[in-house]
Design a protein around this ligand. Structure first.
Ligand code: FAD
Ligand code: FES
Length: 251
């Protein structure tokens, strides 16, 4: 991992609250794997303090693609950054990444959580594995990464809470439609991951979760991102994760 100053090569609104930032990073692209994340400096002042964590959603040529939802002060400032500006980025972060065993992979993303799986999906496909994405959100306008899935030619199933696109209901329901020969990986809001973990105990699927706890340092020193394992020990998501077998964490 290293701290670099990267040039913004694009920063555009996609849909709903979703934006896409492109960063030129020729020295990093070879080292980035699916599941890696970056800590990006959203402000040069103390308003707000600290960097913000983002998954690397894709790597295209010399560029890193960051798909981000504008949810607060930091991401609001990020959305105002312009092409040609420079931004400080600490990357690549995350030690334990996804696993590549198995021939069939179901990747379940809740909202912008899909960005935590997208690059991994490309890696699996390049290895000749079968990949199906499942992408859920509140409503159609919050499915802004659907265009990425189409552009990349992936098979995908959409879910919305209100039925405005794809199937009406929760992404977790899809688990019952796929046999246990499918490896499941997921990223998204905690209630979704919790539901998936519970359901997998009934269905018998092996499930890996990429966790997105709030982070301050991103490399293991502040203990701000800990979760508990079943024995009650603390695990740092940024350092021992961000990917865990669902059996290894309790919510
Ligand atoms: C490893 C990792 C990868 C991530 N990848 C992405 C990504 O690819 N795209 C993306 O849009 N976001 C991602 N996030 C979440 C992102 O870091 C936060 O949305 C961001 O820090 C919000 O900053 P802010 O200053 O705009 O909001 P703040 O003002 O800090 O917070 C706004 C609201 O969002 C909530 N919030 C902030 N961070 C989180 C979080 N991590 N989990 C749940 N709620 C939170 C706060 O409680 C508050 O209600 C990731 C987080 C982690 C830890
Ligand atoms: S964010 Fe500091 S230890 Fe994980």
């Amino acid at each position: 991992m290293e701290d670099s100053v990267l040039i913004i090569t694009g920063n555009t609104h996609l849909s709903g609250r979703l934006w896409l930032m492109k960063l030129r990073a020729p020295h990093l692209v070879e080292r980035i794997r699916g599941g890696h994340f970056v800590m990006l400096e959203v402000s040069k002042t103390y308003d707000p303090m600290g960097r913000r964590a983002f998954a690397v959603g894709d790597v295209r040529g010399e560029e890193l693609l960051i798909f981000y939802d504008v949810v607060g002060r930091g991401t609001e400032l990020m959305s105002r950054m312009k092409e040609g500006e420079r931004v400080r980025v600490f990357a690549p972060l995350g030690k334990r990444l996804f696993e590549y065993e198995g021939d069939k992979h179901l990747l379940i993303g809740g909202g912008v959580g899909l960005a935590g799986l997208s690059l991994y999906g490309k890696e699996l496909r390049n290895m000749g594995k079968k990949v199906v994405f499942v992408y859920g959100a509140r409503s159609a306008e919050h499915l802004g990464m659907s265009d990425w899935l189409k552009e990349e030619g992936f098979d995908f199933i959409l879910f919305t809470d209100d039925g405005s696109a794809g199937r009406k209901g929760l992404v977790t329901e899809v688990l019952k439609d796929f046999g246990t020969d499918w490896k499941v990986s997921a990223c998204g809001p905690k209630p979704m991951l919790k539901a998936l973990k519970n359901l997998s105990q009934e269905t018998g699927h092996e499930v890996f979760l990429s966790l997105e706890e709030r982070m301050a340092c991103g490399w293991g020193v502040c203990l701000g991102c800990v979760v508990r394992d079943p024995e009650g020990n603390y695990r740092r998501v940024c350092y021992e994760g961000p990917v865990f077998n669902a059996r290894e964490v309790v919510f």
